[in-house]
Design a protein around this ligand. Sequence first.
Ligand code: TYM
Length: 343
Amino acid sequence: MRLRRRPSPADNSLTVRIFSGIQPTGQKTFGNYSGGFRQYVATQEEGEAFFCIVDLHSITVEYDPAELRESTLDLAAMLFATGLDPHRSTVFVQSHNPDHAEAAWLLGAIAGYGELRRMTQFKEKSAAHEFVSCGLFTYPVLMAADILLYQTDLVPIGDDQRQHLELTRDLARRFNARFGPTFRLPEGRYPAAGARIMDLTEPTRKMSTSTSPEMGKILIVDPPEAIRRKIMSAVTDTGREVRRAPDKPGISNLVEIMSVATGRPPEAIEAEYGDGGYARFKAAVADAVIACLAPVQERYRALRSDPGELERLLAEGAQKAAGFSRPTLFAMYERMGFTRRPD
Ligand code: TYM
């Protein structure tokens, strides 16, 4: 009997593949808007795009099951509210496509303990929690599986995910060298301005959903008064010159925020506000962020009020996603020497 050889997934399409993931934990911030949402919308035009709500990643630190269910739908609404088009992009929930967990287990065979231990995010999160789960440790392997399963070329992310993407590339190269060409090598896409939005109260730390204090992070759903209050009280340095500089992290951050909110280059903003003083500049940043988020908030409220429709879109997304990931998963099994799964 002739054995059918499955076609190489690397050959099955010539279009550019785009993939990114975002965790359904907590309320998403302006940092997520900058490195995440905004870039997803821009890249969906460039090829076949997949955007994944990575719920399996969210259970790696302590969490509340009821909250996870709600915030998964919150995030779906936010992805569409910020401009993802369900007819163009595939938006889905990670746990709805079991290929991710399976591929992560397979990649676990070639990921080294030493390289995972060196991950900055693991070091920071494990230092902050009393209980450190195995999932937190193997988190980057699941992320690599997410990306590699779709033969991804382009991964729109913020700067904090750079190290995880490098690991993904290392694992892809290692797998290809050991078992034969299977994965494309993905490239990261980082925004020119706003790749790392900083905490408003402590501008040397990144603005984070989980660790920033309330006044340190702008939430995408924050009402205008809250946005204004947070920006007006943002920590800045002495002086009055609006200019990015290593010794002016507070004002540098506000210039980047302004650039993200208006789409104007930071240099143009520096030229306009020059030495007009911080108070005037902060008021302008607050206006710009409020204006940028207002239409998103309005669409978000409308979309979130119809959970049935969100669930329907996510179900469609998961089915489509599985159609793309399955050939890669089967190729992984085959090349690693597993016997064929009965159909
Ligand atoms: P997550 O959910 O923490 O963040 C989602 C996206 O937002 C970006 N981001 C920021 N960008 C600029 N400034 C900030 N302060 C800021 N904070 C967050 C992140 O870089 C990210 O792009 N591990 C990922 C989720 C993930 C993933 C993937 C991403 C799982 N699988 C596959 C890409 C591809 C994470 O926790 O992102």
